[in-house]
Design a protein around this ligand. Structure first.
Ligand SMILES: Cc1ncc(COP(=O)(O)O)c(C=O)c1O
Length: 333
């Protein structure tokens, strides 16, 4: 799948960058090897380094905290809201100090962060971790267009996937070019073996890009299929789901149980029946490399981590699989 534009050969990863930037609605997109690599490079592009702090959600995927640590900076954890798992803007505000260089927010399980706009308004560069929210929108605008930078994952369990891979979106050509430079050993345009920075090999392969391009063509259909699956589960379990703001997409189907015993019972039954399901994240503040006397554990993050589970979606699901899932959950509530 090689095309020629104005006489210039465009590689599949470049075609993907163009198509993805257009789909999300940013000026630029950069293809990288994973979502985690994208987060790392987004922070590097903002100049995050030793001595800096970056606020990350306490309830979320550990990649955000790890990316901060890779930069030699310190992750500071902000609790999620009481009602739902997305980060609390008030908590972020409370944790901002002089050393705060960036904020990472995570659009989890397909749900846009409720307070995205006020958080961006705090005036500190925001990186949207949208690895679980391809196609989600806030007031008609796609997530990934609100922060200085945004990161999407193409890992195999994501809404669209390339087995592994990531995409970084931004409107800022300077940031995009910095990421392009860093992701490929900082070879630079001249490619004269004079390196201006310590670079990485975070390149996406053209094989991944070709696969991702195919998936992107069908993204509307994939989103529709997942929504239809969730609609059936909503009918059965509306009391157990978190509210979904309009513009949400379905990545997984999350449920919050009355207590940990109930959650564990349901999860065990699903696992025994070979139905893919997982419990929620554990707070980042409780992970062995980050916990400590001076690290506050988010109360809401902890409560959700004890009571939450999510059902994973698979494209091969048939109606009988959905029926079986509903039956097993109902029997074990
Ligand atoms: C919210 C979130 N952030 C970051 C990542 C990291 O992405 P990757 O696995 O592509 O490195 C993931 C997914 O795996 C994720 O779900």
């Amino acid at each position: 799948m090689q095309t020629v534009t104005n006489g210039i050969f465009k590689q599949p990863y470049e075609q993907l960058e163009t198509a993805w930037a257009r789909y999300i609605g940013t000026n630029e997109a950069v293809a990288v090897s994973s979502g985690t690599a994208g987060l790392h490079l987004a922070l590097k592009a903002l100049g995050v380094g030793p001595g800096d702090e970056v606020i990350v959600p306490d309830f979320g995927m550990i990649a955000a905290a790890f990316a901060v640590t890779y930069c030699g900076a310190k992750p500071i954890f902000a609790d999620c809201r009481h009602e739902t798992v997305d980060v609390d803007g008030g908590e972020i505000k409370r944790k901002i100090i002089d050393k705060t260089k960036a904020i990472i927010i995570e659009h989890l399980y397909g749900r846009p962060v409720y307070e995205t706009i006020p958080i961006v308004g705090l005036g500190i560069p925001v990186i949207e971790d949208a690895c679980e929210a391809h196609g989600a929108e806030i007031i008609g605008r796609k997530v990934g267009t609100f922060g200085k930078l945004a990161v999407f994952s193409l890992y195999r369990n994501k809404i669209i996937q390339a087995e592994e891979g990531g995409l970084v979106n931004t409107d800022d050509p300077v940031l995009a070019n910095r990421i392009r430079e860093l992701k490929s050993m900082a070879f630079g345009h001249a490619h004269d073996y004079y390196h201006h920075a310590i670079g990485y090999n975070y390149r996406m392969t053209n094989m991944q890009a070709e696969h991702a391009l195919m998936e992107l063509r069908d993204i509307k259909w994939y989103l529709k299929q997942r929504q239809a699956w969730a609609n059936q589960l909503d009918q059965a379990f509306s009391h157990y789901t978190l509210s979904r703001p309009s513009g949400s997409v379905i990545w997984v189907y999350d449920m919050v149980m009355e207590n940990q015993d109930q959650r564990d019972r349901v999860l065990q039954a699903l696992t025994k029946a070979n139905i893919p399901a997982r419990h929620f994240f554990k707070p980042m503040s409780m992970q062995p490399m980050y916990c400590g006397a001076d690290v506050e554990i988010g109360k809401n993050a902890l409560r959700f981590s004890q009571r939450g589970l999510y059902l994973c979606y698979h494209r091969s699901f048939e109606q009988k699989d959905v029926d079986k899932t509903i039956k097993i959950i109902k029997e074990n509530l």
